[in-house]
Design a protein around this ligand. Structure first.
Ligand code: GRF
Length: 224
């Protein structure tokens, strides 16, 4: 499956996908990396891996929709089959990505629907949550609100700091994203008007990352 990654920053999730592709674990080819930040580390990582790296600078477009259209014209030109938002820090106009619905996913550092938006680690601590985690979901018009594919859960301890939580979660995010992309790329997971399905059976709760990096269904009773 031809994958295009959109990233604004350091690109550690991108790096995890590159590593997974190179190891032969995932049936994907990352055919391009796009960023709204010309100096993003993610673009450097792409170049190092021999992947086309393209900056679309918002300062060169008149407004948000024009930027988004330019971005998705690049995605189209790369002949992408799946778009992965991995730390892409802009809100996209649904008009621009409508043709991509069901083929565009995002990784978010919280147990959605809790804590959409920014500063999730700090907000988890402020709210006194005892669990935290990350979610991969299909992108829709609602910010961090599309159908959930999979999650990974970590416990929050009273002496955790926001930085500590972020650091502890990041390697789990990498595994969660690679495994989620793997399910889509192998044709096992779909989202259509009928909802999400895995292996042809409806998926009504997010899958959970297991110790061996597989993603398992959770029964209602196993939800904590
Ligand atoms: C990750 O925490 C991801 O969940 C969030 O932004 C961060 C990106 O990190 N959407 P990186 O650029 O992949 O290192």
């Amino acid at each position: 499956m031809r994958v295009v990654v959109l990233a604004s920053g350091r690109g550690s999730n991108l790096q995890a996908l590159i590593a997974a592709e190179h190891s032969g674990r995932l049936p994907i080819r990352i055919v391009g990396v796009l960023s709204d930040k010309p100096a993003a580390k993610a673009l450097e990582l792409a170049v190092e891996a021999g992947i086309p790296a393209i900056a679309v600078d918002p300062r060169t477009t008149a407004n948000r929709l024009e930027f988004d259209r330019k971005l998705f014209a690049e995605v189209e030109a790369l002949d992408a089959q799946l778009v992965v938002l991995a730390g892409f820090m802009r809100i996209l106009d649904p008009l621009a990505f409508e043709p991509w619905l069901g083929r565009i996913i995002n990784i978010h550092p919280s147990l959605l629907p809790r804590h959409p938006g920014l500063h999730t680690h700090r907000r988890v601590l402020e709210a006194g949550d005892t669990r935290h985690g990350a979610s991969v979901h299909f992108v829709t018009a609602e910010l961090d609100g599309g159908p959930l594919i999979a999650q990974v859960v970590i416990d929050v301890s009273p002496d955790d700091s926001a930085e500590g939580l972020a650091e502890r979660l990041l390697p789990m995010e990498h595994r969660l994203l690679a495994s989620s992309v793997g399910l889509i790329a192998s044709g096992r997971l779909h989202w259509s008007t009928e909802g999400l399905s895995l292996d042809g059976t409806p998926l009504d709760r997010p899958l959970q990352l297991q110790a061996d990096d597989s993603l398992a269904r959770q029964s209602k009773s196993s939800q904590r």
